[in-house]
Every structure is written in structure tokens, then in C-alpha cells.
Design a binder for this molecule. Structure first.
Ligand code: ADP
Ligand code: MG
Length: 281
């Protein structure tokens, strides 16, 4: 099918001026871009069609677009416009200027109030998506973007799934995500509940925010998976008892007894209010 930009190859450059690269992942490069008509800045995700087709991910790419159009939430990156040329797909998205949560942790662990502020925003997105039958499946600090005012935006629905994709057993069967953040049952290849897998990733993220390092780490991938399977991790001494309790419930290797999102929102650690100084910093 012919797209607008195939007919007008210069449309992208006619409409958007591409600037510096903001980041990249497996299939995409993301650039700063300016809409020449409005003067507004956006983040332009540029995906190489050939690469996506080669690894059989075109359906998944379409899903990313469909999901982003569907999930409108103050803590989810907004998709403004989708364009395509013969070789590329372009997603014009809301520009989040503060960088990845990943870079923030790389500078050092957070105190519990700051961590809570980010975690509450993350959980509100997860709850929102799950209630609409959408599972992110790639939650990690590289996909959590920040504004200067410490508000958080979830991006990269590139591996997400809809609940309609469940097989007859009501479970998802695609192994995906990033090893260190992946739930044990996802590694297990026996099928898993997308909601529970996202909750596990939230547990890894919360741990990383408070610790400054990963809960399951090993140079050897097999040994790392073994630790994940067993839920074999230790909380550093500076974690509060309430944080320890919540993390232990999130990183429960048994998906059937793992805490649910509503119980997370009802936990003591989660409900503690965040001082105003952090919210407006
Ligand atoms: P991939 O699917 O290849 O992982 P992502 O959508 O995660 O691509 O984007 C790759 C990186 O680009 C992100 O980790 C982030 O650093 C940057 N990025 C993505 N979207 C935005 C955005 N809306 N605003 C600012 N930076 C972004
Ligand atoms: Mg990514």
C-alpha cells in the first residue's frame, strides 16, 4: 500500500527537521525533531522496515502503534503521528527531555521518597494498561523517561501484547523482555500471565531504584536465570522494612502467589505520601 510519504519522499524532511539522536534500542533510533509547521519539538522513532521484517516482527511493530494509539494516560508517552517511506517507519512522539530513568540510577541509588514517587507513577500506568488488557512486557529503566519535574513517562510498547493474543490456556507464549527484568515463568516457556510478568518487572525496577544495582546479577546467563527461578536475591541493609516486604512480594518466583497490582497500591510502602519537595524538584 502506498503511503503519503512514498508519494512525497521529502515530506518528513519537509514537515520535520531531524536533529540529534536521543537514544536507540534494538530496531529503532530515536531523534530529536522539530515540526516545521508548528515549531514544536518531538521525538522521532525511526524504524528500519527491512530489519523488522527479517526477524518477523512486523506484526509486533503494528501492535506497538495500535497500543500507543489506544493507551492515553498522563504517564505514557503520547504518539502524535505515524509516517512511512519505502524503507522506514516514523513515529512522531511526545518529546521527554529529562532522559532515561536508567541514566539517573547510573549516577546513584535513590532515597525511598524519590523511588516511591517514580514507582507510584509506574504502577498507575501498569494498572491502567492491565485494566485494558494490554501488557507491556519490556518494563525496565531504559523505557521509563523523565521530565525535569520528576514526572515519569513509560515508552516502548514494542514488545507489548493484547489479551486477545492469549492461547486457549489463557496464557501468553512469547518469550520476550530483557533478561535481568524477566519473570521466571517467562523464561520457563510454559506460558505465562502477562499481568504477572509486568508486576515482576516492577519489582526488579523498584529494587534497582533503591539499591543502585540489579537483584539478579551474574556474568553467566544460565546462573542468572537460576537465581531468577529461585527468587534468589538479598535486600541491602539500607532498605526499610516496608520496602523489603513489598519487594519480596513482587519478586515472588511463583506467579500464582505473587502480589497483585491492587495489593501493591494498598501496601504500606506504596501509600506513604511523597514530600512536596520531591514532586516539584
Ligand atoms: P527500541 O524499541 O528500539 O528499544 P525505544 O522506543 O525504547 O526503542 O527508544 C530507544 C531510546 O530512545 C529510549 O531508551 C530513550 O532513550 C529514547 N527515547 C525513546 N522515546 C523517547 C521520547 N519520546 N523522548 C525522548 N527520548 C526517547
Ligand atoms: Mg527500548
Amino acid at each position: 500500500e502506498k503511503t503519503r510519504s512514498d508519494q512525497h519522499p521529502s515530506l518528513l524532511h519537509g514537515k520535520y527537521e531531524l536533529g540529534r539522536m536521543l537514544g536507540h534500542g534494538t530496531f529503532a533510533k530515536v531523534y530529536h525533531a522539530r515540526n516545521l509547521q508548528t515549531g514544536k519539538s518531538v521525538a522521532m522513532k525511526v524504524v528500519c522496515k527491512e530489519k523488522v521484517i527479517k526477524v518477523g516482527m512486523m506484526e509486533q511493530m503494528k501492535r506497538e502503534i495500535a497500543v500507543m494509539k489506544m493507551v492515553k494516560h498522563p504517564n505514557i508517552v503520547e504518539l502524535h503521528e505515524v509516517m512511512a517511506s519505502k524503507s522506514k517507519i516514523y513515529l512522531a512522539m511526545e518529546l521527554v527531555r529529562g532522559g532515561e530513568l536508567f541514566s539517573k540510577i547510573a549516577k546513584g541509588r535513590l532515597n525511598e521518597d524519590s523511588a516511591r514517587h517514580y514507582f507510584q507513577q509506574l504502577v498507575s500506568v501498569v494498572d491502567f494498561c492491565h485494566s485494558r488488557g494490554v501488557y507491556h512486557r519490556d518494563l525496565k529503566p531504559e523505557n521509563l523517561l523523565l521530565y525535569e519535574d520528576c514526572s515519569l513517562k513509560v515508552t516502548d510498547f514494542g514488545l507489548s501484547a493484547f489479551s486477545e493474543h492469549l492461547k486457549q490456556d489463557g496464557l501468553l507464549h512469547t518469550t520476550c523482555g530483557t533478561p535481568a527484568y524477566v519473570a521466571p515463568e517467562v523464561i520457563g516457556k510454559k506460558g505465562y500471565d502477562g499481568a504477572k510478568a509486568d508486576i515482576w518487572s516492577c519489582g526488579v525496577i523498584l529494587y534497582v531504584l533503591l539499591a543502585g544495582f540489579l537483584p539478579f546479577q551474574d556474568d553467566n546467563l544460565v546462573s542468572m536465570y537460576r537465581k531468577i527461578y529461585r527468587g534468589d536475591f538479598k535486600c541491602p541493609p539500607w532498605f526499610s522494612p516496608e520496602a523489603r516486604m513489598l519487594i519480596t512480594k513482587l519478586l515472588d518466583p511463583n506467579p500464582n502467589t505473587r502480589i497483585t497490582i491492587s495489593k501493591v497500591m494498598d501496601s504500606t510502602w506504596f501509600k506513604k505520601s511523597v514530600p512536596k519537595t520531591i514532586r516539584t524538584k
